[in-house]
Design a protein around this ligand. Structure first.
Ligand SMILES: [Zn+2]
Length: 95
């Protein structure tokens, strides 16, 4: 062990970005929204979905958007949010 560079065992937290206004679409571009291993019942419509929210709730993106439109006050608490807008690609060189 020389110096702690990066932790390889844990991936960084999946942080939510902006909450879309009611009626707007979520931006879920990150592959972490898609569970390629298994479908789970959507928390809103109960049908299986591979989609996950930032907090890991199984939910269809469209259901989440509908939920935001139907629950604008609660939506502001950040249950479902868009991805953080990446200013640049994951460019991790510290050169
Ligand atoms: Zn659903």
């Amino acid at each position: 062990m020389t110096r702690p560079g990066r932790t390889t065992k844990e991936k960084p937290p999946f942080e939510p970005g902006l909450i879309p206004v009611p009626g707007a679409l979520l931006e879920w571009r990150d592959s972490q929204h898609f569970d390629r291993w298994q479908d789970r019942p959507c928390v809103l419509c109960d049908k299986p979905t591979p989609m996950r929210s930032h907090s890991g709730e199984p939910v269809h993106k469209a259901c989440a958007e509908d939920w935001i439109a139907a629950n604008p006050a609660e939506a502001r608490l950040g249950r479902f949010a868009s991805d953080i807008q990446a200013k640049r690609q994951h460019d991790d060189d510290h050169a």
